[in-house]
Structures are given as structure tokens and as C-alpha cells.
Design a protein around this ligand. Structure first.
Ligand SMILES: NC(=O)C1=CN([C@@H]2O[C@H](COP(=O)(O)OP(=O)(O)OC[C@H]3O[C@@H](n4cnc5c(N)ncnc54)[C@H](OP(=O)(O)O)[C@@H]3O)[C@@H](O)[C@H]2O)C=CC1
Ligand SMILES: N[C@@H](CC=O)C(=O)O
Length: 360
């Protein structure tokens, strides 16, 4: 690898952001690492900036240990990236305000690689603004971490369409945390205990209700649907939440102590599935521009039943995969796979900017 260096700004030093910093540190002396210069890294408490390049390991030590003492800092990654050269923003936050600026970043000539679904996976307006900005300014929006934590889902859909196929339908288990939960929920431990374990392993959203309510999966099926050519709005996805009303109305700080509210309803759903020889899986389905998301009872022979751990398992029907779908399976959550997907995007964005695209 050779050519111009890309300047990189990273937002977020949580589960995913720290893994990005660790991976960048591993690359530091390699040809790959020498094509990237980390000039900015921030969380809500501390912003580190150096035009000559920050040490990723030093950032990984300092950012998470910054004190929480009041108001969030004013973060300005665009100023740190400057006005010229190849500039890439990595969004490893779950922050809606940051996501709402993705289109503006792209319009300013800054490429974006994001793990956060709150821009492309919410209102159609935001998704269209991102798409328009990319076309107008020849910037790139790296979204492979948003669905399947980097599994080749969005890529496959885009390649099928580029090859002339229409996408007919998409169905799948596309939440890593919910996959892990329902692979482990056998009645021997309360569901709430498993939710805490999934959260501690870094599979859930910062607030696990985002996963349990189906909202995170709503965003994923919206991103897949829009990439598949169905410009649907968020409210065109029917979502069946697992979160009881009493748990839904609590503040984030109160959730942990009340997770037990999930236990009785989930135990009853498990018993009913078992009585029919089935397992529980949290599934999203898109067909003819309509989507739905929720818990289903699947029999062991169902195409979406298999896998283990955080495995996502997604089936895609298109002109060429008319009867037998293309099925893509693999880990769909976790710090390392997500960070790798973000940095894959960064490498692709840089390569695109210098006119030497990497192999897909
Ligand atoms: N965990 C996973 O397996 C996967 C996660 N994702 C996505 O990755 C994103 C991050 O997830 P995760 O790492 O688990 O979340 P965490 O809660 O662990 O980390 C979020 C980080 O974002 C920081 N942050 C929040 N707002 C801002 C801001 N305005 N500017 C700078 N930093 C900010 C937080 O700062 P502070 O530390 O100060 O609070 C924190 O460091 C989410 O959008 C999630 O959906 C995608 C695929 C898989
Ligand atoms: N919370 C998400 C993380 C990745 O997007 C999930 O469980 O899949």
C-alpha cells in the first residue's frame, strides 16, 4: 500500500471505539497503519487532538478514564480534520445528535464510517440526505458495521442490484444480542440474568431496551430495505416489543433493577414454543416493501433456526435466488468484529478517494 495518508477522527471510546483504537495500535508500524493518521479521538468527557498523529494506545488509556464531572465537552472533529486531504470520521457512538450530522459531514467533504444506525436507520429524510450528499460531493458513507457487524449483507444486496437483480424478500435474525439470548435461554436461568450477561459481553446497545424492544432491529431492516431499493419509512415496519410497559417507562439508570419484569412473560413464551417442538428466535421480515419484526416460534428445520452464539442468519431472495435464498450467517455483534468492519470501511474509503478501490 502507498499513497496519501488519510486523516481519521474517532468519536466514542466504549465497547466498539476502544476496539477500534486497539486495532489501530496493532497496525501502527504496518503499511496499512501508515496510510492512516488518527488526528482526533473523543468521548463525551475528553477530546484528544494532534495534527501530527495521536498514539491510539495512549487514547485507549486516557479516554475511558477521563472523569465524569458534569456537562459533556464540546466536540469538534471537523476542525481537527482540517479543510483538505482525505478526511474520515468514524462514529462509534450511539448518539442521535452525532448521527444527525452525518449528511453535513459528507457535504463538507468528510467521509463517514459508522457503527451507529441512528442516521441511515431512522427517518427516510436522513437516509436520503446521506445518499444525496455522497452523490453531490463524491464522499463515501461506510455502513458495513451497522447491520450484521460487518457480515457481507449490505455488500451482497448492493452487488446483486448492480448485477441487475431485484431483491424480492429478506428475512433473518439480525440482532447479535437477541440471537445470543435466545440461543442461551433454555429455562435454566432467568431471562433477566442472561440480558445482564449479554450487556456485560458488549453485545447489547448501551440501553438493552433498544434491543429488547425491537427498535435496533427496526433500524437494521430499514437499512437493508433501503439498500435493497425499498425507500420505506420507519413506521412502515411493524415491531412487536419484548419490553413490558412498566419497564419501558423507566429512566436508563433504573432499568437494571427492573429487568426481572421480563422473566415471567419470556418463560411463558418459551414453554409455549417448546410444547410445539419449536425454539424462539427474534426475526425481521421484508417482503414487497412491507416489514415486520418480532419474536417467532421456529421449528428446527426452518432456514433461520440455525447458528449459535451471536450469529445473525439472513436469507435474501432475488431474481437469481428465486427459490433457494442466499443465506449469510456469522457473528453479528461484539467489539472486535464491529471495529474490524469500521476499519475495513476506513480502508475502502481511503482507497476510493485515491482512485484505487480495494477488492470488495
Ligand atoms: N456493541 C456491538 O456489538 C455493536 C455496536 N454497534 C453500534 O456501535 C455504537 C457504539 O456501541 P458501543 O461501543 O457498544 O456503545 P458504548 O456505550 O460502549 O460507547 C459509546 C461511546 O460513545 C461516546 N459518545 C456518546 N456521545 C458522544 C459524542 N457526542 N461525542 C463523542 N463520543 C460520544 C460515549 O462516551 P462516554 O464514554 O463519555 O459516555 C462512549 O464512549 C452503537 O451505535 C451501536 O449500535 C454496531 C454493531 C455492533
Ligand atoms: N445491539 C446490537 C449490536 C449491533 O448492532 C445487536 O445486538 O445486534
Amino acid at each position: 500500500m502507498s499513497g496519501p495518508v488519510a486523516k481519521v477522527a474517532l468519536l466514542g471510546s466504549g465497547t466498539v471505539g476502544l476496539a477500534v483504537l486497539r486495532r489501530l495500535a496493532e497496525w501502527q508500524e504496518s503499511p496499512r497503519g501508515q496510510q492512516l493518521r488518527l488526528v482526533y479521538a473523543a468521548n463525551t468527557r475528553l477530546a484528544l487532538r494532534d495534527a501530527a498523529g495521536l498514539d491510539p494506545l495512549d487514547c485507549a488509556n486516557r479516554l475511558p478514564n477521563a472523569p465524569r464531572n458534569g456537562a459533556a465537552i464540546q466536540s469538534d472533529p471537523l476542525a481537527a480534520l482540517g479543510k483538505d486531504g482525505i478526511r474520515i470520521l468514524i462514529d462509534a457512538t450511539a448518539d442521535a445528535a452525532t448521527a444527525s450530522r452525518h449528511a453535513a459531514c459528507l457535504s463538507a467533504g468528510v467521509h463517514v464510517a459508522t457503527a451507529c444506525k441512528l442516521a441511515a436507520g431512522t427517518s427516510l429524510d436522513q437516509w436520503q440526505a446521506i445518499d444525496d450528499a455522497c452523490k453531490r460531493t463524491s464522499t463515501g458513507f461506510g455502513d458495513r458495521a451497522t447491520v450484521g457487524a460487518g457480515l457481507p449483507l449490505l455488500r451482497s444486496i448492493r452487488e446483486l442490484r448492480a448485477g441487475g437483480d431485484h431483491i424480492h424478500a429478506i428475512s433473518g435474525v439480525m440482532s447479535g444480542s437477541l440471537a445470543w439470548l435466545f440461543h442461551h435461554f433454555d429455562g435454566s436461568r432467568p431471562f433477566s440474568e442472561l440480558v445482564r450477561e449479554a450487556r456485560d459481553k458488549g453485545f447489547t446497545e448501551p440501553d438493552p431496551r433498544e434491543d429488547l424492544s425491537g427498535e435496533d432491529v427496526r433500524r437494521k431492516i430499514l437499512i437493508l430495505a433501503r439498500s435493497a431499493g425499498f425507500a420505506i419509512e420507519s413506521d412502515q415496519v411493524e415491531v412487536r416489543s419484548l419490553v413490558p410497559a412498566e419497564l419501558a417507562r423507566l429512566s436508563p439508570g433504573e432499568v437494571d433493577a427492573s429487568l426481572h419484569l421480563l422473566d415471567a412473560p419470556l418463560a411463558s413464551l418459551l414453554a409455549s414454543a417448546r410444547a410445539e417442538g419449536c425454539s424462539l428466535r427474534f426475526v425481521a421480515r421484508l417482503k414487497e416493501g412491507k416489514a415486520r419484526v418480532g419474536l417467532e416460534k421456529l421449528c428446527p428445520l426452518d432456514a433461520l433456526h440455525g447458528g449459535g452464539g451471536t450469529d445473525n442468519r439472513v436469507a435474501i431472495w432475488s431474481d437469481r435466488y428465486r427459490d433457494q435464498p442466499l443465506v449469510i450467517q456469522g457473528p453479528g455483534a461484539g467489539a472486535e468484529v464491529t471495529a474490524a468492519a469500521l476499519l475495513d470501511d476506513v480502508l475502502h474509503l481511503r482507497a476510493m478517494a485515491i482512485g484505487r478501490p480495494l477488492a470488495a
